[in-house]
Design a protein around this ligand. Sequence first.
Ligand code: PLP
Length: 383
Amino acid sequence: MSKKKPGLNTICTHIGEVKDEQFKGAVSPMYLSSSYEFLDVDVKRYPRYFNTPNQEYLAKKIAALEHTEAALIFGSGMAAISTMFLAFLKQGDHIVVQNTLYGGTVNFIKEEFPKYGIEFTFTNGYNVDDFDIAIKPNTKLIHIETPSNPLMTVTDIKAIANLGKERGVLTSIDNTFASPVNQNPMDLGIDMVMHSATKYFGGHSDILAGAVASSNEHIERIWNVGKNLGGNLSDMTVWMLERSMKTLGLRVKAQTKNAMKLAKWLEKQPKVSRVYYPGLKSHPEHQLAKSQMRGFGAMLSFELTDDLEAQQFQKQLQLIKSSMSLAGVESTMLSPHLTSHALLTQEERDAVGISDQLIRFSVGIEDVKDLKHDISQAIAALD
Ligand SMILES: *Cc1c(COP(=O)(O)O)cnc(C)c1O
């Protein structure tokens, strides 16, 4: 490989390969050993230390994709986020978190932080001022998610990074929805980037995993807590994740292209009252999204008109699956009020704008004409 920085698809295919020195095979060998030599070695390897050959090398691919010095791979997105939070927050500390976050992250903060004596403030909005006023003398971390689940709100990454620097507070982002294909928060000054690798990194709805990417210094601190919490990924799944990530660039670019086409088309459908997608001119933060994203991602949401019942519509779909989770190569839809946000009260859902009519659409790699046809026939069946 030349000295020039490799492109996205080259990183996806080749960075972090474990070379098969013995048999010269084309792909990384899988090292399942949970026990390694301890005499005369540079590294004492053990799976829970995140340093088996497959874990160590795949982390290099993730770091390269997020333009960071280092990364760690976890057993789930929640293992990544909880370990990251607990590495930087202790009793008496305070965290400022965006009001619209992945439901599991909200639950973790609300259910676990009181037990540890960690204070938290959910912002009232997602403008930089909303974060600014929430900062207290004991604030140690600001955590954002953009585009956010499920309304695709866009937060100004650079402004948040600058706010953190001015106030001496670290910043972290959940970059799951955009993926490094569409957005690199580290280049805008964010300190730590986390992913649910269950989503686009895995991409085939068959892997549960997570990752954090950051500087060597921050990753070392997260590693110290991570080895105690024990949330590493099994090497079998690490190997599968490497296989999946080879096509990350290809998949996400195709999905992003499809999402743009479908968002524009949905906006024109008489039975669709609203479409939420950062790539649309009608999206309130379209200009901001344009300035910080290379593509607008493959997640969108829409609302059907009141005469069509959202669950009935999803039951009529023949190609698009109604299923939990997201980001697979297959298109899926779900109702946030019955799934990701079911634990919120009706009032809490109303406050963040999640109506019963809202449908979240994870756009896959199928041909757009077939996806349009499926949506049209489902609407026609109810109409
Ligand atoms: C799924 C998801 C998570 C949690 O990841 P798991 O792999 O399910 O633990 C966190 N953030 C976002 C945005 C997600 O979509």
